[in-house]
Structures are given as C-alpha cells and as structure tokens.
Design a protein. Sequence first.
Length: 140
Amino acid sequence: MMWFGKSYYKYIPRSAILSFKNAFRLLELSNETIFVQLTPSIWEYDNSEYRKLQWDFREQTGIEVVAHELLHDDDENRIVDADPSVEILTEAYCIHGGIRLLRYYYNEGRQVVPRSEATTVLNYEVDRDGRVVWEEVYRL
C-alpha cells in the first residue's frame, strides 16, 4: 500500500499515478492524497504475478528514475542515461512557470519505454505544490 501527497507531485504528477489501471485499489482522497493498493493482501507482495505489477507501476510512474535522481542530485560523477524513459529537469528548463519539467516516453500501448522506442512524448511542468501548470503531448 502506498500513499502519495502534494509534496510528491512535484516529482511525479498526480495524473501519472491516477492513470495506472491495474491496481487492486486506487483512490483519490479529498486532501489531494492518492492511495494505491496493488495487491489484495500485503502478504502477496512476493508473488511473481504481483512482482510484475509492482514493476509495471514503477515504470509507468517513473518512481525508479525519481529515486535515482534524488539520491544522486548532487553527484557530479553520475552517469547520464542517453536513452531515458523518464526525464526530470530542473526549473532552468521550465518556460511555463513550473519548477520541474517531467518528460515521459510512451509506445503505442501507452507503456513507458526508452526514448529510442517511443512514439509519443508527454511533457509536464509542475509548480511547488505539484500542480500541473503546463502539459504537452506530441508524437515523434
């Protein structure tokens, strides 16, 4: 079970979480929190079927990329992925008033894929509260 709140949305837009359709339970609560339960029981987390579901959720939302970016934010020697699936750019790249630019690369099945395999790009700019201030979708 996971809960995502306003401070998280500056890294992953709410819509990226809400668009995940394979969760056992996904609720948007009145306080702008999203509750996600991937499996019927917490004890099923190690089941191979649900492990795949967990990775699907991570890939679609870009959680792994966000975690990596945040852990290595100040690392001058980090390796830059030349074929990213998700990009998180700082305020310097935002021209619509946001503080983060998030770029997702999708294939025809709306799965997050490396840029080299993508057919569609989804760009978001989010403000300090995680609200999307600009969004653009275009085909490659």
